[in-house]
Design a protein around this ligand. Sequence first.
Ligand code: 3DU
Length: 259
Amino acid sequence: MRSFKENIEAYSREKETNIILALDLFLTDKKAQLEKSMAILESVHDNICAVKLNRQVVLPLGLYSGADRIVAHAHRLNMPAIMDAKINDVGHTNTAIAACYFDAGFDAVIASPFVGWEDGLQPVFELARGQSKGVLVLCYMSHKGAAEGYGQTVLDSKTGKLKAQYEVFADRALTWGADGLIVGATYPDKISRIHEIVKDEIPIYSPGVGVQGGDVEIAVKAGARYLIVGRSIYSADDPGEASRRFRERVRKLMFKLNS
Ligand code: 3DU
């Protein structure tokens, strides 16, 4: 069975797109939210290689009474679904949380590296490995406050040297065998540095292009493998067309096309 990392890479190459839709639509009417989410997914699916859901979507819809239907629809459209759970607790609850998302069909979860390995993320990785699911790890977030945590200078417990926190996380992600690292497109210098550390062993997933101010071409040239795009697609008048434009912008850069 192919791993999550291999699967999404294959979808991305086949469809010649590296765009992941962050389907963060939030409507007060749950039925309308589900229907609109499905309709958007339908209209953009040719141009994306995966969909990502957030807790803000799962909470009102319910994991087993709405969110799971979006996941199943993504699978019918031949793409994986990522749960942006930002898992961040002690081992036994982390594992239970991840197990719920995997049971609902999600192919990967996002986790925070601040909880560390032992009795933190280790059991989540073990659970994921047993089911060929993926674990993506935050490395440098896209918002302004990211510097306060991910950007601080810390004493690396392994080497006893001072290092940036995000560099320590990139090193750890290699040791842990993470399926991806999340690095904000708003910080292309951080993408470059993290890419230098993990090379092509761990793909970089980059949110923050469009509304948050990150630039598609700059992020890709810095080393982002996948771009996570939300509002610039789902809030557009024509999400299908918006997703097609994003795809075309990276197509030439990433898949070496001339047309
Ligand atoms: O700004 P957008 O609307 O394109 O949405 C970006 C998505 O990526 C959104 O789902 C958010 O939860 C997620 N994300 C970040 O924006 C920044 C991160 O560091 C990690 C995830």
